[in-house]
Design a protein around this ligand. Structure first.
Ligand SMILES: Nc1ncnc2c1ncn2[C@@H]1O[C@H](COP(=O)(O)OP(=O)(O)OP(=O)(O)O)[C@@H](O)[C@H]1O
Ligand SMILES: [Mg+2]
Length: 543
């Protein structure tokens, strides 16, 4: 009896010790789990429920422990997995269930209970029974949100660095070519134009005419490449965007056929800071693209509005600030997701050969970015497209239309009067200079020619009478055209200057001042006349 009761007491004590030890172990296990920085979750396949989790996992997803454990595992997975990342994980999970593998690792986006999205790196392993059936699924998960963001930021930075380097290289190449090419085109166009006007045989005039129009097309190509590489000559000023839209619309009515209706919704209140000529180019390109997307007809809506970019309402590529937007909305074919990433690439086109060069959007983006703006696209197949251009808001009011050079062509270079204003013409290319000198003399100007800045200064000093107009190339060896103008102004503060250039060399530019104009190379003799005449022979308001 005594022996039996001793044995009983020993067993009780043993039982109590074991229970105590078990409780201690459980506590140690739980605190170990909860002290882990890595999230943990175990599920029973048989019972189709979660068995256990830890604090790190609850914190990561923003759930209470009891709530998490009592949710159906599949439902919980659906709720906490970002929709775009579900397929990738399901494929892995199916391989585990099929017995092809026992574990997988995955970086995916989790959705927290409050809807916030966070990157996590998970590792999942299956525990099987002797028949190979999955009994438990064990998941561990690390919060890699910050790391993922750093990686993405670094990738973005590298990408934009690469883009910048690419543009810099292309820009240098295009700039170098454009400089020479535009001088060549100027000479070709100028001489062909003179030939055309003086030819008394119709065939000769016909051929000369083809030379001129072909050279014009080549000039357009260089202009687009320059725009793409952001080396266009830009003259940003306060522009009334609504007026530009109205003007372009009127101009385009001739190019766009009946089944396309053009609607305007002009709500912009503020002036835009832009080069109005380039803005017209941008708008024209977008409208022609919209037209091409609607072969069966449709509607183009041109919309303007003021836009405020803030950190809470960001727009890609724009610093916070005040902008004016110009949107071109069409009801056309839309853009497929496969095409979308390429539309701004130069020479990318889906149009048949001969219809598009693929430089339209490339040059549009170049102009917009060079002007401190951005362009966005919203489109889906069959649903039409919306291209929205954002450009900075101008602080000043748009200038009233200044003495615009007359648009009337100067017919056949007949000297209109005997008065001889003196023009100092500077260009380092001999054939360009002698062509322009010939043209100006035909227009009854007295022309002094210089090969470079130093020669021009000497010539100006030696010439006793005042010089009425300086016509100078900008990019020249030695002194640039801009430096030349500044140095001649020391003696003659009111000197009028007409700059010419085939492209915008960085640092050779500055904002044009009063008494200054710019004409992009190449140009026809008529265009030179229009500028020079508008400048020197404009009707004076005072008697
Ligand atoms: N509004 C639009 N709707 C549908 N697709 C468009 C639209 N705008 C542009 N695209 C697509 O983007 C491509 C590139 O446009 P982009 O203006 O650069 O070149 P393009 O119009 O083909 O040729 P280019 O403008 O040089 O004559 C087009 O070929 C077309 O596939
Ligand atoms: Mg186009």
């Amino acid at each position: 009896m005594v022996e039996q009761s001793d044995e009983l007491a020993r067993l009780r004590a043993e039982n109590w010790r074991l229970k105590h030890e078990l409780a201690e172990q459980r506590e140690r296990y739980q605190s170990m789990l909860d002290n882990e920085l890595v999230g943990f979750l175990i599920a029973s396949f048989e019972l189709n429920r979660f068995l256990d989790t830890n604090q790190a996992y609850c914190d990561f997803l923003g759930y209470e422990r009891e709530e998490l454990l009592s949710t159906d595992p599949y439902q919980f997975w659906l709720n906490t997995t970002y929709a775009d990342d579900r397929d990738a994980e399901l494929t892995q999970l199916q391989r585990v269930v099929a017995g092809e593998t026992s574990m997988y690792r995955l970086r995916k986006r989790f959705v927290r209970k409050n809807g916030e999205v966070r990157w996590g790196e998970l590792s999942y392993s299956a525990v099987r029974d002797s028949q190979g059936r999955v009994r438990y699924g064990v998941l561990t998960c690390a919060d890699v949100h910050e790391r993922q963001h750093e990686v993405e930021a670094r990738e973005r930075l590298q990408d934009s660095l690469f883009q910048a380097q690419k543009l810099e290289t292309i820009g240098r190449l295009v700039g170098g070519v454009a400089h020479d090419f535009n001088n060549r085109l100027l000479v070709i166009m100028g001489h062909a134009d003179i030939l055309q006007r003086s030819a008394n045989q119709p065939t000769l005039a016909f051929h000369a005419d083809i030379v001129v129009s072909s050279a014009k097309r080549a000039a357009e190509l260089t202009r687009q490449l320059l725009a793409y590489s952001r080396r266009q000559m830009l003259r940003p000023q306060a522009v009334d965007v609504n007026a530009v839209v109205e003007g372009t619309r009127r101009m385009l009515e001739r190019v766009i056929d009946e089944p396309i209706e053009i609607v305007t919704v002009l709500e912009a209140q503020s002036p835009m800071l832009a080069d109005s000529g380039q803005l017209e180019q941008v708008l024209m390109n977008l409208i022609l693209n919209a037209r091409d997307a609607m072969p069966e007809g449709g509607r183009i809506t041109l919309q303007t509005f003021d836009a405020q970019v803030t950190e809470l309402a960001p727009i890609e590529g724009l610093a916070p600030g005040a902008y004016v937007a110009l949107a071109v909305v069409d009801t056309g074919s839309g853009i497929s997701p496969a095409t979308r990433p390429q539309i701004f690439e130069p020479f990318f086109t889906t149009k048949e050969i001969g219809r598009g060069t693929g430089l339209g959007l490339a040059s549009v983006e170049g102009i917009v970015r060079q002007s401190g703006g951005s362009i966005t696209v919203v489109s889906s197949e069959g649903q039409g497209s919306t291209f929205t251009v954002y450009l900075p808001r101008a602080s000043a009011e748009p200038a009233q239309v200044a003495l615009a050079p007359s648009n009337a062509p100067i017919s056949d270079y007949v000297p209109c009067r005997a008065a001889l204003e003196t023009v100092l013409l500077v260009d380092d290319q001999d054939d360009v200079r002698s062509l322009l000198a010939e043209v100006l003399r035909l227009g009854a100007y007295r022309v002094l020619e210089a090969k470079n800045g130093v020669q021009a200064i000497t010539l100006a000093e030696a010439h006793g009478d005042p010089i009425d107009l300086l016509v100078t190339d900008i990019v020249m060896p030695g002194i640039t055209g801009v430096q030349l103008a500044d140095s001649l102004r020391v003696r003659n503060a009111n000197l009028k200057v007409l700059f010419m250039s085939g492209y915008a060399e960085r640092d050779s530019l500055r904002v044009l001042q009063a008494h200054e104009q710019f004409i992009p190379k190449p140009f026809l003799p008529d265009e030179l006349f229009r500028h020079v005449n508008g400048f020197l022979r404009a009707p004076q308001l005072t008697p």
